[in-house]
Write a protein that binds this ligand. Sequence first.
Ligand code: PMP
Ligand code: GLN
Length: 388
Amino acid sequence: LLDASGTLAGTIFEEMTVLAGTHGAVNLGQGFPDEDGPVQILEAARAAISSGANQYAPGRGIPVLREAIAAHQARFYGLSVDPAEEVLVTTGATEAIAAALLALTGPGDEVLTFEPFYDSYGAMIELTGARHVTVPLHEPDFLPDEDELAGAVTDRTKVILVNNPHNPTGTVFGPELLQRIVEEAARHGAIIVTDEVYEHLTFDGVTHVPVATLPGAAERTLTISSAGKTFSVTGWKVGWLTGPADLVAAVRTVKQFLTYSSASPLQGAVALGLGLDDDVYAGLASSLQRKRDLLVSGLRGAGFEVTVPAGTYFVVADATPLLGGDVTDGAELCRRLPATAGVAAIPLTAFYHPGSAAAASASRLIRFAFCKRDDVLAEAVRRLTAFG
Ligand code: PMP
Ligand code: GLN
């Protein structure tokens, strides 16, 4: 958790959001929507606070939320999950990831992720003392080579940590690739921890396939998601984890000493959200697809090469047109862009092991978030066009 100069590292998301604020920049860096989610859930949270749901919730989550999570898994994916023993409510997906890794791994173990990887994975694996092994996602479509995957999984692999749909690339892994991951995990006795927080944010008719639905997967898979993305309430930090009772119990044991329990007045509201009609979910995806298209065409118009994401609310662009002089890579560009162009973005290298060959190959890439109002996206494009 120390950077190359030995100082405690801050997260890149916070750093860029602070820079955006300082310079009045349009913040397409940190991924958070600038419009709130369904009004029903906001009202339910207000009502819960007013009616006294303000003391500790049960450690595993209030029953109505655990039931709603189980019902959601059945409704969208045909998965059967016992709300009593196979569901755990957590303080965001972040706590679910942390508690799962702490419960399942330690020194001498290996944890495998794809690279680029979400920043908390690298930090948390380091905190467990396990070794972090990565399998590269290759441009242009940010998919892994299956031989490289097979070569990286060994009998020391304790956990394969999957993120699908994938932050930062927006790639959505298809069922064949996911099945290969399940086969490798089964062959080597590894547990799959799958971070599916963007499960409802897929585009162009691409559907999300949870790892746990694949043959041979359910008994070895912990599935993580969060209200933050699905209901555009990233600040609520209500997440959850589902899977086999023994694995969930192990994670629950750790969770009780991390936070004990999660925000009680928000849990009923999230339960209500999980029960909303299909058109609420479809509406979010179609609105984001339109925003994706707005930003992609704007960035292309401004001279960027862009990878069109099939999911998430992020788009990766090649920043080469903006590099030059002493701005030689995406990291330096992103540090300057809020002041020089009035726009904030995240360098892709923030999702790689610092100094690795893979990071070097991604050094020209930057990530923009498109979960913003149309006028905000248009203003960002206007500024980037004027700057470039
Ligand atoms: N996983 C991924 C891949 C994410 O992008 C995020 C982002 N916010 C999280 C986990 C964290 O989710 P939460 O805010 O629910 O902790
Ligand atoms: N998940 C968000 C992103 O990728 C950021 C969350 C955070 O700030 N830790 O932008």
